[in-house]
Ligand binder design. Structure first.
Ligand SMILES: [Zn+2]
Length: 343
């Protein structure tokens, strides 16, 4: 009898714990990974100290600090890599550092480890890199990290806005999965049950647990974001974690560049999109947001009603082949949703 399976590419190392960075080679050994010459990439602020902790247990290593996730910084890293010939790239930092390392890793055919210093979005574990090309920001398919190592002692000390941003990105899975399902019914797009389940269960377990306990679980946030990245890798598309709320955020980036953190923008758009999808969970999410001081409306991140609505109208054009609830929503309903969700 023939048997058919789906093969999954997931990172060899997935570790969430506390205080393990100073013994990184030992941790990697548990996963049968041995690297002789790591190349560390960090940012220029607090992430330098975290990188120093991780470096302390290696005899040989190379190191570079980057300012942003731009092509010029990528080329600077690549030049250094040509000189030092490392066997692994270790990204220690936030989204900009991890995205740069992903891109370099793909072009240099060198594995990379993702060691986030904050939990601001699901890019910590996804194969998608956000890179600045001149004035535009683009999401590019790259490679999955070989390892994702989240030290909770580090990420819980990061700015509170980064934690809120991660929460926004994780909860956006709920509207993203609705949109994926809507698209599968309207356009016959393939809907991957396994990836969708991973995405929605990660999001809901964090949400329900935090609601029940009346406080945020950093560990479930870390697990949720890690599983979201893996869901995208399994689906071979960002669909499990990116629907209309992400298109609205991308439109905000295009119209009003560098307005706010990605997760705050998608998190603000999520209840709005859920309302359009006739999903009553938008009320529970707003209730939860109130309790954790999450920005409750676009105004809270400096966007007027007019500016936000412009972004919503532009959103379906951002990715023409991404069918979402916005493809079949009239402007009257959009204004009604705004007035009901944000007022
Ligand atoms: Zn996102």
């Amino acid at each position: 009898m023939s048997q058919f399976y789906k093969f999954l590419n997931i990172p060899a190392v997935q570790k969430i714990g506390r205080g393990f960075l100073q013994k990184l080679p030992e941790v990697l050994k548990e996963f049968h990974l041995y690297f002789e010459h790591p190349f560390f990439v960090s940012g220029t602020t607090e992430t330098r100290q975290v990188a120093a902790i991780a470096q302390s247990s290696f005899r040989h290593f190379s190191y570079i600090q980057i300012k942003e996730n731009s092509i010029s910084e990528i080329e600077r890293v690549e030049k250094e890599i040509d000189v030092s010939s490392p066997d692994v790239i270790v990204a220690v930092g936030g989204g900009k550092v991890i995205d740069t390392a992903k891109f370099v890793s793909m072009r240099a055919y060198i594995p990379f480890l993702s060691i986030p210093t904050s939990l601001s979005n699901d890019g910590i574990a996804s194969p998608i890199a956000v890179i600045k090309f001149r004035k535009r920001v683009k999401s590019i398919g790259t490679v999955m990290p070989t390892g994702i190592l989240i030290d909770l002692d580090i990420v819980e000390k990061a700015r509170y806005s980064t934690i809120l941003s991660g929460i926004g990105d994780l909860l956006s899975n709920i509207s993203a999965i609705n949109d994926w399902y809507i698209s599968s019914k309207n356009t016959n797009e393939h809907f991957d049950e396994y990836a969708a389940s991973l995405s929605i269960l990660s999001s809901e377990s964090f949400f329900l647990n935090s609601m029940k306990r009346g406080k945020i679980s950093i560990e479930l946030l870390a697990r949720g974001l890690m599983m979201s990245g893996i869901a995208m890798a399994i689906a071979h598309t960002s669909r499990p974690c990116s629907g209309a709320e992400h298109l609205i955020s991308h439109a905000i980036d295009r119209l009003y560049p560098f307005k706010s953190l990605h997760g705050l923008q998608v998190g603000i758009a999520t209840p709005f999109v859920l309302y359009l999808q006739n999903d009553e969970r938008y009320m529970e999410i707003l209730e939860f947001y109130k309790g954790i001081s999450f920005p409750l409306s676009p105004e809270k991140i400096g966007l007027s009603k007019k500016e936000f609505l412009e972004a919503v109208y532009l959103a379906p054009e951002i990715r023409a082949n991404r069918y979402t609830i916005l493809n079949r929503t009239k402007r009257d309903s959009i204004i009604e949703a705004f007035n009901n969700v944000y007022q």
